[in-house]
Design a binder for this molecule. Structure first.
Ligand SMILES: Cc1ncc(COP(=O)(O)O)c(C=O)c1O
Length: 211
């Protein structure tokens, strides 16, 4: 964690005049391989981005809406990004919807009469689709009605317990968990952490059946 933050600080120190924003998935970097960040990491990133006047964008498309145990991953350290992107869990996945949230300051920077040319000319074909919005409002209503967040810690602990048995499997190199987001790293050799070959043709069905 220290090395990664040092690298970020060096980069910001050198390039902050050219860098507009820093984008990251807080707590658990999903598609990159379920890479978990240590406690304190996002707070330090917030400090550094403030220090160097670089906007902080949290992509909570995957981590948002309870996935890490709180409504947003940023809530774990009370960090407020300048921009927050959300999707997936906003509608419980029932209909496609995404949103970009920002501070009043940034919102107002783009607010003005048409002739002022302040508008951020960007949109999606189905932005604010009424059906998707209705599904999302209903889904968010269930968070309150069914106390979803309050019951999460029980479920997360249950998962943590059940995951223990994965550590004993020969092909499991590591198990990483942030709430209900879980990464199980499959390796060919758990001692060296060597990965399986990417080429499918090298696998023979049954090679790993016993595990
Ligand atoms: C973290 C993260 N960001 C962004 C996206 C893409 O989101 P969208 O499909 O809303 O563009 C995904 C999709 O899986 C994602 O996991």
């Amino acid at each position: 964690m220290k090395a990664s933050l040092k690298e970020l600080e060096t980069l910001l120190e050198e390039k902050h005049k050219e860098v507009v924003a820093f984008v990251m998935e807080p707590l658990m970097q999903g598609a990159a391989g379920m890479i978990a960040q240590a406690a304190g990491y996002i707070s330090r990133v917030r400090e550094l981005t403030k220090k160097y006047n670089v906007l902080l964008i949290f992509d909570e498309v995957a981590t948002g809406f309870g996935r890490t145990g709180k409504m947003f991953a940023s809530d774990h350290e009370n960090v407020t990004p300048d921009l927050l992107t959300v999707a997936k869990g906003i509608s419980g996945g029932y209909l496609p919807l995404a949103a970009t949230l920002t501070t009043e300051e940034i919102y107002n920077a783009f607010l003005g009469g048409y002739e002022e040319l302040k508008t951020f000319f960007h949109g999606h074909t189905y932005t604010a689709n009424p059906l998707a919005c209705a599904a999302s409002i209903a889904s968010l209503g269930l968070f309150e009605k069914n106390h979803i967040l309050d019951e999460l810690s029980l479920k997360i602990d249950w998962m943590k317990n059940r995951l223990k048995r994965f550590h004993d499997l020969e092909i499991v190199g590591d198990v990483r968990q942030q709430g209900t987001m879980i990464g199980i790293e499959l390796v060919k050799d758990r001692r060296s952490k060597a990965s399986f070959p990417w080429e499918r043709e090298n696998w023979s069905s049954g090679d790993y059946e016993s595990t």
